[in-house]
Structures are given as structure tokens and as C-alpha cells.
Design a binder for this molecule. Sequence first.
Ligand code: NDP
Ligand code: MG
Length: 392
Amino acid sequence: MRKRITIFGATGSIGENTVDLLIRQGGAGAYDVVALTGGRNIARLAEQARELQADLAVTAYPELYEDLKTALDGTGVEVAAGPQALVDAADRPSDWIMSAIVGAAGLVPGMRALQHGTTLALANKESLVTAGPLLLATAEQNKARILPVDSEHSAVFQALVGEEMEAVERIIITASGGAFRDWPIEALEKATPEEASSHPNWAMGQRITVDSASMFNKALELIETKEYFGVDPKRIEAVVHPESLIHALVGFRDGAIMAHVGPPDMRHAIGYALNWPERADLPVARLDLTEIGQLNFRPACEKRWPALRLAREVMEAGGLTGAAFNAAKEAALDAFLARQIKFTQMSEVVEAVLDRLSRESGLTNDAISLEKVLEVDHLARQTAVSVVQMIE
Ligand code: NDP
Ligand code: MG
């Protein structure tokens, strides 16, 4: 039987890489593409739906329904729009769903997929950061599997094949250091959105690229590591590795360290999740070690990247702190991209929101439910907006 596939966020960077792999692995002839979802890029969504002969194409925005309908007229592809339509798409039986919407908006459709026992290839790290325990419990209850797609977590997952978690002493996540790793710290407050939007090694969506420069991406990934692998935060480390060739390392009790090495191409991690538990031929570059010559590592300085310190605090606090952290981060990023605040003020905004909410709302008092996560997400965004207004 052909594997039934759905892609949430098909028009994004991860989504496009997933579509590329599907096409290389036989496309519409080899897979039964159930649904593709996108946001504003209607032309591309329609093109993908046509090429992969999807049953359904969904845009997240109701006002774009007519555009999508027109673009797919006469193709037989069903069309829908709006947040509820996204969740409904997860109700259609699939064997493998890619979760690659950016931001907290990816949580609800992913949760719905898990409720149906579907295998969820998880690129949307925000789901684990905001609602990790809920996501894992939902997967367990419904015998669903979550396969990590974030390159570091895919690397750890691969290094752990055949190992027991009790044997793990430490998990080391590497970071490229992003656009500003070599800038003097004093220059960072002058950094513009354009400067923050270019990455030395990876081609990714704009938001995650800026988050790489601020290390908020790495902060999310540290929390993601704690949630997904269930390790004590004290055993999770970040190290700067400018070449981005080692994606993560797992240290074991006997002192051995297993490193996952590969080119900075997300099609490796996506392809691993798509073909798991088998390995398939993937169109990623093969590394020539003698050409690479050397690999470098430096400490991930918390003064340069305060997001890393905040991540540690979030991991220690647990509860709904991750939901507040992620939402405040998303709002601070919006404010930076809109030039309302400086690059260095993003972490100040997030810290102020966490301080205020943990004092006023007690982020660790309540059990994590979807309602609570969405409530805290909303509150943290509102609080961030008022903090930004005070700064402006
Ligand atoms: P992009 O910004 O490139 O793509 C995001 C996708 O989500 C697009 O399809 C976009 O539609 C859609 N989208 C945007 N907003 C909404 C919304 N409110 N509701 C529904 N859909 C929406 O992001 P990336 O592909 O870079 O990242 C996707 C996820 O994967 C993120 O969680 C990111 O952290 C994670 N990730 C990404 C990596 C990468 O290499 N890019 C690496 C590891 C993890 P449209 O473009 O049509 O508007
Ligand atoms: Mg990553």
C-alpha cells in the first residue's frame, strides 16, 4: 500500500524540502498525498498540490480561499481555508504527517494528528517547547510516534539507536552561532533585521534564521531536547561549532561520545524521518573529510546570547514556562522585524514577560492542558506587546 502523506507548512523551507524528497522518491506515483497546507503563498501551494496530485489543499487564511480555489480550478484538488480547516486536514487518515508550520500555530494540528495515532515528523519545535509533556502523553495514549526532524534532534535520535537512555551522560547540541557570531558584543544592539536574516551555513525560513543569530533557536532546541528525550537539563549542553557539520553529540557513561556528522542540508533529517526505520539514498552532498580539514568548537557564551541562560531557567522551571517563553519570543521577534525594538532587546522583552507572568500567573501551578497552553500563549503575547510599548 502506498504511504499516505500530509504536509503542514508545505510552502515553507522544510515543506519545500519535503516535497522535493517526495518527488525524487517517486512523487504522485509512489505516495498517496492526502493534504498539503500553506499560508500566503497560494501560487506555490497550488503548484505543489497539482504536481503531487493531492486530495486536499488548505491555506491557513480564510480570505485566500477564492484565490486557492481559482488556482486549482479543474484539477480535482479539494480546497479549504482557515485554522479549523487545518485541524480538519489532520482528521483525514494519513500514515505520515510532516509538522512544518512555523510558530505555535503548528501545535493544534500536530496534536490532532497524534490523537489519530499518526506518525508525526516534527519540525515544529515550538510544539515541544510549549506543550512537550502533553504532546508525548497524547502520542503514547494513541500509540502514535513522534520522529524528530530538527537536525540536532534527528542526530541525537540516530546516535541513540540501540542504546538505553540510562547509559546517556550528556547530550551536546551544536550551534553555528548565526549571523553575528564574530561581531563584537557592543555592535549587536545596532544589528538590523536584514543583517540578522542571513545565515552562514543553512538556508531556512526568515524567522528561524533571525532566531539563529539571537540563539533563541538554540534556546528552543535545548528545551526541545529536554522534552523529547526526557533528560535532566543539567545534562544538556550547547557548543558553538561554526562549520555546522556535527549536528549533535551524545556522551555515554563510559566516556564514549557519538557524533552525528553530515552536510547542512535539512533533506537528511527529513529523509531519515520519511524513510525510518530504513535508510534511503538521499540527495545530500557527501562530505570529503580531508577537504574539510578541521572542525572547530567554542563555548556558547551566555553574555553574547542571553537566550541560552533563559532556556536554562525555563527548563528548570518547567510547567507552562515554555509556552510563555515561546510566545514572548515570537512577539519580540515580530517587534524586532518591525524595527520597534533593537536586536539585543528581544531577550530583555522575553525575560520581562517571564518575570511578570511567573509572578502574576504562576506558570508552574497548573497541569499542562491544551487550553492552558493557549491561554498562556495569548497572555504572554499581550504582555510582550505592552513591554515593547514601554521600551519604544
Ligand atoms: P517557513 O517560514 O519557511 O515556512 C512556514 C510554513 O508555515 C509555510 O508553509 C507558511 O505558509 C506556513 N505558515 C506560516 N504561518 C502560518 C500560520 N499562522 N498558520 C498556518 N501556516 C502558517 O518556516 P521553516 O520551514 O523554516 O520552519 C518551519 C518549522 O520547522 C519551524 O518550527 C522551524 O523552527 C522548524 N525548523 C526549520 C528548519 C529549517 O531548516 N528551515 C530546521 C529545523 C526546524 P506560507 O509560506 O505559504 O505563508
Ligand atoms: Mg535545528
